[in-house]
Design a protein around this ligand. Structure first.
Ligand code: BDP
Length: 724
């Protein structure tokens, strides 16, 4: 007896420990403890009918069974016909396929608005009975609707009179995995790759399905499995079989698989002498390759390509343009309905012009010369995922070409997994920026969702932060960035705060104090990181190569545009990159009102000041203080704010399970010490130019500049390069 009890205790202890190690993400489905709410929910959903048969609908049923069982604390019967549960309140889900209950509800008109992937959720009276109806045009819409309905329960929303109609604003909502075939992840801070290539296609651990569930729950519908620094081996039959096995697991969840295409693949795995896009043999090779891929993966999404960038092969090696390269692949894919996502992340240190201008210079003249199934994938800002960048000037500048957004979810320049930085405010800042391409209101979001220039083909990508860590992302808060990316990809009008609120409730609890405090922490966190890393428009100050920690002194080496001094240009007089009309004139790439705003030293928003201007140390800022003082105060503000985040988190002890609480607490300690590292290193370094005292409200540096310069970090995660 005692033995049995011990076993029981052990089992329940393990179950608790596992339940809160972060693996379940925002799909925890913990029992609802508010009794009144529980009664309401149990009453409204005492049985479930999912109409129709398909793998996707089975997934919907399975999710409902698991989730309702967890949330409502009892098994909810899944019925097959209405009669069986006619007395009960019923949740009915399905499409309007003929013969079913949903088909009899005359929803055809309303369903017009939801497209292929959207859904409606409505409280209705059917035959005098109260029902909750989840209806869609396609099975995948039903699954999305199920996840939305569960979200309502998870976040304790009233469900008495529901009327939700939603469809994604962007068609392709994609995660880009920078995963290498050897299991390493470029700029990944959560262990090794999710894809165990060695054991594929035979072994498919449950994690693959859980990955698909997590993505489907936020509406992500595509995954690029491989690194943009591509390996042609991923296109060989051996690896296509592996990718096909993943595609099979993801398919019921509405997720398509994409691969990165190495431009020199015809030479490397095809034994051709050239990869020239205008060579008929090369075109035939890609066509045959595409046909082969579709034999393995009938719904293959297409290719993502990084070409002529950071040493990657590309069409320019043959004197051809990016359009020639993209169109070559587009022609191979188009008979099968595939798309090409061709990256605009190009720059070359042999080109004397400002790096921030080079993508625009290269791509703008090609507007209109891409095939209809090509999207040009543009990073949010013109340099490279810095803590803060102004929006990329290409947005709005290529009206005849569908442009897609590339955000970075993984925190390459934002402290990796240990810094708590909620990225939705960064994503929103870019999406809400007004390009003025067609007058006021030409927001970046409208370029991306196709509404500004009338494009049907639309897409958005986020560089994934997932890995083999038990909690997927390296930290609990990093999960919020995956979540926020998906939610914004579905609907970019959602606010960062609303998304944070949902995520907190699902990830931690509905405890109002906790929701309020964690939301304040998250909402402030991005600005806080900007403050302690790169305030006032500074950028690219990080350590060389691995990008972990400060390195404002980085100079020399293989390329000037990989150094910090190239970007901050500090001298005894001033600091910042003059991109105004009298400098590199990068401002000239923006539409006039924006160009004038950014180009004027007086009018430029201070958050972008040193991005666009070389500013004297004693320049008077809006506050009346000098630039030097404001810079130092920015760094200090960042450090102080991390301390406030720590204190706020500590006040929540006991309101979060111990395992996640402790890890987050430890990570905040790391963040606080690294915020000081950034502040002290940067202030001491810039002081060698400004020759001014550190203001007294700023903590004195803990070490000398020589000390900070001597810090060498070895074996930093995420720096592995693919083996070729
Ligand atoms: C930079 C990363 C590098 C990537 C590159 C890219 O440092 O590892 O390969 O972007 O986007 O941010 O291609």
């Amino acid at each position: 007896m005692r033995f049995q009890l011990a076993i029981l205790l052990l089992i329940s202890f393990n179950a608790n420990a596992q339940a809160e190690d972060g693996y379940d993400l925002w799909l925890r489905y913990q029992p609802i403890s508010d009794q009144a709410l529980l009664r309401d929910y149990r009453d409204a959903v005492s049985a479930v009918l999912v109409e129709g048969q398909s793998a996707t609908l089975s997934a919907a049923r399975e999710e409902l069974r698991m989730a309702l069982g967890g949330l409502l604390g009892r098994d909810v019967p899944l019925v097959e016909v209405v009669e069986a549960a006619v007395k009960d309140r019923l949740l009915v889900a399905g499409t309007s396929a003929p013969g079913g209950l949903i088909a009899s509800l005359n929803l055809a008109n309303d369903l017009k608005a939801v497209g292929e992937e959207g859904f409606l959720i409505r409280s209705m009276k059917i035959g005098g009975k109260r029902r909750v109806v989840i209806a869609a045009n396609k099975d995948i819409g039903v699954l999305h609707g199920v996840f939305q309905f569960l979200r309502l329960l998870q976040t304790h929303q009233p469900i008495g009179s529901l009327s939700i109609v939603t469809a994604p604003r962007i068609r392709h909502r994609v995660l880009d995995h920078w995963d290498n075939l050897d299991g390493t992840v470029e700029r990944g801070y959560a262990g090794f790759s999710l894809w165990d290539w060695h054991k594929l296609p035979d072994y498919l651990p449950p994690r693959y399905k859980d990955y698909a569930r997590a993505n489907a729950s936020i509406g992500i519908n595509g995954t690029v499995l491989t690194n943009v620094n591509a390996n042609a081996v991923s296109l060989t039959p051996e690896y296509l079989k592996k990718a096909a096995a993943l595609a099979e697991v993801f398919r019921p969840y509405g997720i398509r698989v994409y691969l990165t295409a190495r431009f020199s693949a015809p030479i490397e795995i095809g034994n051709l002498k050239t990869a020239d896009p205008l060579d008929p043999g090369v075109a035939a090779w890609w066509k045959e390759k595409a046909d082969e891929i579709y034999r393995y993966i009938p719904d293959f999404g297409g290719f993502l390509v990084k070409a002529n960038s950071e040493g990657q092969p590309g069409p320019q090696q043959y004197g051809r343009s990016h359009a020639d390269g993209a169109n070559l692949l587009a022609d191979a894919l188009s008979p099968h309905g595939g798309i090409v996502m061709w990256r605009a992340f190009v720059y070359d240190d042999k080109v004397p012009d400002d790096r921030a201008k080079q993508a625009y210079n290269e791509f703008k003249p090609l507007d209109g010369s891409f095939r209809p199934n090509v999207l040009v994938q543009v990073k949010n800002g013109p340099i490279d995922f810095q803590p803060r960048e102004p929006f990329h000037p290409l947005f709005g500048a290529m009206p005849a070409t569908p442009l897609m957004m590339e955000f970075q979810i993984t925190q390459e320049y934002l402290g990796f997994a240990t810094h708590l930085v909620y990225l939705a405010p960064l994503f929103k800042e870019t999406l809400d920026s007004d390009t003025f391409a067609k007058g006021p209101g030409s927001r970046v979001a409208r370029v991306i969702d196709g509404s500004l220039h009338g494009h049907q083909l639309t897409a958005i990508a986020g560089v994934a932060n997932t890995g083999s860590d038990r909690n997927w992302c390296g930290s609990v808060f990093a999960q919020s960035n995956w979540y926020a990316f998906g939610r914004l990809a579905w609907d970019h009008t959602l606010s960062a705060e609303a998304i944070a609120g949902e995520w907190i409730r699902m990830t931690f609890s509905n405890d109002p104090l906790l929701v309020e405090k964690v939301s304040s922490i998250m909402m402030a966190s991005r600005e806080v990181a900007v403050d302690y890393m790169t305030p006032l428009g500074l950028h690219h100050l990080m350590a060389r190569d691995h990008h972990y920690g400060p390195g404002p002194w980085v100079s020399g080496g293989p390329r000037a545009d990989w150094t910090s001094v190239y970007y901050h240009r500090a001298d005894s007089n001033a600091v910042g990159f003059d991109r105004s009309a009298s400098g590199s004139n990068a401002v000239g790439q923006y539409f006039p009102p924006v160009a004038q705003l950014f180009g004027s030293l007086e009018k430029c928003p201070e958050k972008y000041l040193l991005w666009f201007h070389h500013v004297k140390w004693d320049h008077r800022m809006q506050s009346g203080r000098t630039l030097w003082e404001e810079l130092c105060r920015g760094y200090q503000r960042g450090v102080s704010a991390v301390r406030a985040m720590q204190a706020s988190w500590r006040s929540l002890r006991g309101r979060v399970d111990a395992e996640r609480y402790e890890q987050i607490d430890a990570f905040l300690r790391i963040q606080e010490s690294e915020a000081r590292w950034w502040r002290d290193a940067c202030i001491l370094y810039f002081q060698t130019f400004s020759k001014k005292d550190i203001p007294k409200e700023v903590d004195p540096p803990s070490e000398t500049l020589d000390y900070f310069r001597s810090v060498v970090k070895r074996y930093v995660p995420g720096t592995a390069r693919p083996i070729r």
